[in-house]
Ligand binder design. Structure first.
Ligand SMILES: Nc1ncnc2c1ncn2[C@@H]1O[C@H](COP(=O)(O)OP(=O)(O)OP(=O)(O)O)[C@@H](O)[C@H]1O
Ligand SMILES: [Mg+2]
Length: 233
């Protein structure tokens, strides 16, 4: 469904990611892990057309999307939740969802209902300013906004960051539910063990490059991966 072939990209003259290759098949949930600053977010931004591409090719559903703008990608069914600043704090939760629906022509109320079905907690928060929601609610709102267009694929950059263990568990189970409903997911996660536990496959990045990849289970069972990237149980 998504395929990166030797992607090199950055922001200025310096290349942040170098010849990264990756594949996500239809229906999969795939997680990227790696140390802070290794280029995970830069990779996600590159897929979504937000960096300077220096080399390589990105295919989405068989079409070359290299260098396409975010709005063109949204039209093709690709949605992205950035790591930071992913809600408009001064707008209400409902207005945030409506912003996500700008690309749709009509049917907004139906789409909002679907999102509230996924995240029932948000239903009672619709008129509240997003900036006053709890961290977990803001994350749900950010994912909800990405879901408004009915995407075929979601890019999630560290959805569980700064959440309590309980809220994290809830969010991961909602992400799993979204995947089970047929949305292909590529996510970046710091909580590597928890994320791999719900993933089909994983990729490990290091210093802007591919380091290792494999079925999530085999990464979790690999002693070297555990020692270097997963921390203690
Ligand atoms: N907008 C930007 N302009 C210039 N350099 C940037 C920009 N964003 C990130 N970088 C640099 O790119 C490198 C990789 O950053 P990136 O955010 O992709 O890492 P990451 O793996 O997502 O880290 P983290 O786990 O902390 O989120 C860092 O050296 C960072 O300083
Ligand atoms: Mg990041």
């Amino acid at each position: 469904m998504l395929s990166l072939d030797s992607v090199t990209a950055g922001y200025t003259d310096e290349n942040i990611i170098n010849e990264v290759s990756l594949q996500v098949d239809k229906g999969e949930l795939v997680t990227i892990i790696g140390p802070n600053g290794c280029g995970k977010s830069t990779l996600m931004k590159s897929i979504f057309g937000l960096t300077r591409m220096r080399g390589g090719r990105i295919l989405f559903e068989g079409r070359d999307i290299t260098g396409m703008r975010p709005d063109q990608l949204v039209q093709r069914g690709l949605s992205y939740v950035p790591q930071e600043r992913n809600v408009f704090p001064a707008l209400t939760a409902k207005e945030n969802l409506e912003m996500g629906a700008i690309a749709l022509d009509g049917g907004i109320e139906d789409r909002i209902s679907l999102v509230l079905e996924l995240f029932p907690t948000l239903a009672g928060r619709m008129e509240q300013r997003a900036g006053t929601l709890s961290g977990g609610e803001q994350k749900m709102l950010a994912v909800g906004r990405a879901m408004i267009i009915g995407p075929s694929m979601l890019l999630l950059d560290e959805p569980s960051a700064a959440l309590s263990p309980k809220v994290m568990t809830q969010l991961f189970s909602e992400i799993q539910k979204i995947n089970e409903r047929g949305v292909t997911i590529l996510m970046v996660e710091q909580n590597a063990r928890r994320a791999l536990a719900i993933s089909d496959r994983g990729y490990i990045m290091e210093m802007g490059r591919n380091r290792l990849q494999g079925p999530a289970r085999s990464l979790l069972d690999n002693p070297e991966v555990c020692r270097l990237y997963l921390g203690r149980k």
